[in-house]
Design a protein around this ligand. Structure first.
Ligand code: NOJ
Length: 544
């Protein structure tokens, strides 16, 4: 790939930070985060060194699924602020060279969206065909066997319309009929509307569900069921309810709209998570990227992580660009999955990997200080509806959505009042203020990694070459761009590991540039590097 050093492209070379707006910073003391709160923290994000902010949905919503049930695609929910607040956020972010990505939930609207309110009045309503309706099957049964991802049938009978409507998530999240040209046009116009406002990019929620097979045939049974096994959804082969051929032309049109503006971006959430379909939808001319969630399923071992990287690299062509995530608002936090107790060593290894791979890294708010999930102990405390319906098999997603821990003041500096979800009990020690002043903290390490990555094209756009074929404990790779080469060594084990550098890379001289251990502990004799337990070490090849 032939790219100019000065040709820094924010979404490709930069780092994207996900904010769950309810939980980031509450400026008006109602216990819920808001846009002013985010504006107040933009300097923090600029100092962290990220290039863009992905905001989980900020549109008006009755919050059955906390924003993922949208009642107006063109407005701002008053609990987050006004359109003026949003415009100020955009302007202030841009002043700091931070880009704004909105989360578009276009598979379904809230049942409170005026389109659906109209649509359910009668079959004759001009909005009826905005959604997917069918008459009852004989005996009043649902029209087919489709299951909802959040449990039960995907069909809900509506008295007003005298028909069933389709919902692949909650019944309050009504699936749109993308085959209706009016809906399609609404959606294309929406991309233009937000681009015209100056928004830089979009995260597309479960985009590959937009189209269903036109005839809505029954899905065949899946036996044995697929994980997590307990839902009717897991007992079907999903042939007809997503990944339909109409997806590709729709994405191509969205791409051409985005390409008619400078440097716009779209990243898609494929559902279910699958690296191959992420690769298919991010081919040139379609999405810029699609999430590969494989890391979030890896055990803390070198081999599964390396295999996930290799598989993804193989699936993508040279023109495609990977993107990596360790967590998001639907998943248990990486600290909860990987860390041992209160110790952050493994999180530093994970951070070093995320920031030095070939691809765009995403950071979920709070992961840069190693926030842990809050414990969910009682069903009565659960706010996420799927946590209630699948209790005790699945306790919902509240755990990873707790308030950002800014300081050791009451409510972790998130709010002057009791927050909508409890703050993690460890906030008095684990918080941004403490870590910002600590040279050995995870936050400091993240900042150092981001600075290094930004300064060196080899670390963001360079080629990637694995150095150990079948790693047991240590992942080692080279990143190279023009005359610059870095070596990244990641010790996934809790023990010291000796590595023969000659085996890794001829008899070159390397200089350490960043590690989570002091360099004087880096014993190199006879070209042997002794990596400390959970040490991440980045070295640069000396110029001869
Ligand atoms: C995926 C989102 O990430 C999740 O939070 C949401 O519940 C579903 N899509 C439905 O919109």
């Amino acid at each position: 790939m032939n790219m100019q050093k000065d040709n820094y492209l924010w979404w490709r070379d930069g780092v994207i930070y996900q904010i769950y707006p309810r939980s980031f910073a509450d400026s008006n003391g109602d216990g819920i985060g808001d846009l002013r709160g985010i504006i107040d923290r933009l300097d923090y994000l600029a100092e962290l060194g990220v290039d863009a902010i992905w905001l989980s949905p900020i549109f008006p919503s009755p919050d059955v699924d906390f924003g993922y049930d949208v009642a107006d695609y063109r407005g701002i929910d008053p609990k987050f602020g006004s359109m003026e607040d949003f415009e100020e956020l955009l302007a202030q972010a841009h002043q700091r060279n931070l880009h704004i990505i909105l989360d578009l939930v276009l598979n379904h609207t809230s049942d409170q969206h005026p389109w659906f309110v109209e649509a359910r009045q009668s079959k004759e309503s001009s909005f009826h065909d905005y959604y997917i309706w069918r008459d009852p099957a004989p005996g009043g049964k649902p029209p087919n066997n489709w299951a909802a991802i959040f449990g039960g049938s995907a069909w809900e009978y509506d008295e007003g319309a005298g028909q069933y409507y389709l919902h692949l998530f909650y019944k309050e999240q009504v699936d749109l009929n993308w085959r209706n040209p009016a809906v399609y046009q609404e959606m294309m116009d929406l991309f233009r509307y937000w681009c015209d406002k100056g928004v830089d990019g979009f995260r597309l929620d479960v985009f590959n569900l937009w189209y269903k097979h036109a005839d809505l045939p029954d899905n065949p049974r899946q036996f044995p069921p697929s994980p997590p096994f307990f839902r009717p959804w897991d007992q079907q082969k999903h042939i007809y309810d997503y990944d339909q051929p109409e997806m590709m032309p729709a994405l191509a049109e969205i791409r051409s709209i985005l390409d008619s503006y400078p440097a716009r971006y779209a990243v898609g959430e494929t559902f279910p998570e699958d690296a191959a379909s992420a690769a298919r939808y991010s081919q040139p001319g379609y999405l810029h990227a699609a999430f590969n969630f494989e890391f979030t399923h890896c055990q803390w071992l070198a081999r599964p992580f390396q295999r996930a990287i290799e598989r993804y690299e193989q699936l993508l062509s040279d023109e495609q660009w990977p993107c990596y995530v360790l967590g998001n608002h639907d998943l248990s936090r990486p600290a909860t999955r990987y860390a041992r107790g209160d110790e952050d060593g493994r999180l530093k290894v994970a951070a070093a990997m995320l920031m030095t791979l070939r691809g765009t890294p995403f950071i979920y708010y709070g992961d840069e200080i190693g926030q842990r999930d809050i414990p969910i102990r009682k069903k009565e405390d659960v706010l996420d509806p799927i946590g209630k319906s699948f209790w005790p098999f699945f306790k919902g997603r509240d755990g990873c959505r707790a308030p950002m821990q800014w300081n050791s003041c009451e409510n972790a500096g998130f709010s002057s009042t009791q927050p909508w979800l409890p703050v993690n009990a460890d906030y008095s020690t684990r918080n941004v203020e403490n870590q910002a002043g600590d040279p050995d903290s995870l936050l400091t390490f993240y900042r150092q990694l981001l600075t290094l990555r930004r300064e060196h094209p080899a670390l963001h756009r360079g080629s990637l070459h694995m150095l150990i074929e079948d790693p047991r404990f240590v992942i080692a790779y080279e990143r190279r761009y023009e005359d610059e080469t870095f070596m990244v060594l990641l010790n996934f084990s809790n023990f010291e590991r000796a590595l023969e550098i000659s085996e890794l890379s001829a008899s070159e001289w390397w200089t350490p540039v960043l590690s989570n251990y002091p360099y004087d502990q880096l014993v190199t004799e006879d070209s042997v590097i002794n990596l400390q337990p959970n040490q991440a070490l980045i070295l640069i090849k000396n110029q001869v």
